[in-house]
Design a binder for this molecule. Structure first.
Ligand code: ZN
Ligand code: FE
Length: 239
């Protein structure tokens, strides 16, 4: 299962997964329709599914246009049925969602928004985390509590450590500045920052990242308890 990374808007990533056998595809969080249309028409594949992690505009902006054009099914958290445009496949926590050969477990990961979900393609060990877990960072807490966000991150952290993480934004370099400021002796982090800078210099995404590296380098995953996590989240908001 190959994941195509599609740059959208200023710093968003949408992801297209292609099932070669059936010539079908799903897109995760189409921020806008045009780059997705370009890709699927070029490859002559059928965009059957749109998977949304949460309702923010930069994650659902392409929903309606793509649905109209390809008659795609739009998957999202059932509690967000009134704010995800075009949604017609409602999923809940821990459910296994299946479409053609695609198969993902739904993780309800509230914090950034109350209805945020992540899609865990467990056979392929890939998770699409939207604005919950970023490389070297985590999402801002808009609707949930610190505790919800902390628990959501811990749930992802407990996956097998070779899991690939696909997040919603290219924030890695910016995030690294906060991590190194508060964790200046972390050699793994220093190494990671060099890799990140090299990728960006070549115009490449820093995504996917590997959970194992995030556990060593991402200061929010290193936080030992809710109190230290909350303090870090506050500091980051004003960094
Ligand atoms: Zn968001
Ligand atoms: Fe976002």
């Amino acid at each position: 299962m190959k994941v195509e990374i599609i740059k959208c808007l200023k710093d968003n990533y949408s992801y297209i997964i292609v099932d070669k056998e059936k010539q079908s595809a799903c897109v995760i969080d189409p921020s806008e329709a045009e780059p997705i249309i370009n890709f699927v028409e070029n490859k002559k594949i059928h965009l059957k599914y749109i998977l949304n992690t949460h309702h923010h505009y930069d994650h659902v902006g392409g929903n309606l246009e793509l649905k109209k054009r390809y008659n795609s099914k739009i998957v999202g958290f059932k509690n967000d049925k009134d704010r995800i445009p075009g949604i017609n496949d409602f999923v809940k926590n821990n459910q296994v969602w299946k479409g053609d050969n695609f198969e993902a477990k739904i993780f309800h990961v509230p914090g950034h928004t109350s209805g945020h979900i992540a899609y865990h393609f467990y056979k392929e060990k890939k998770i699409f985390t939207g604005d919950t877990l970023f490389s070297l960072g985590c999402g801002r807490i808009f609707e949930g509590t610190y505790e919800e966000m902390f628990n959501s991150l811990n749930r992802i952290k407990n996956l097998s450590d070779d899991t690939e993480i696909y997040c919603g934004h290219e924030y890695t370099l910016q995030n690294s500045k906060f991590c190194i400021y508060h964790d200046s002796k972390n050699l793994n982090l220093k190494k990671k920052i060099i890799e990140v800078e090299e990728k960006l210099k070549k115009g490449l995404p820093t995504i996917p990242c590997i959970l194992k590296d995030e556990i060593k380098c991402n200061i929010f995953l290193k936080a030992k308890d809710l109190e230290s996590f909350s303090k870090l989240r506050d500091l980051k908001d004003n960094f």
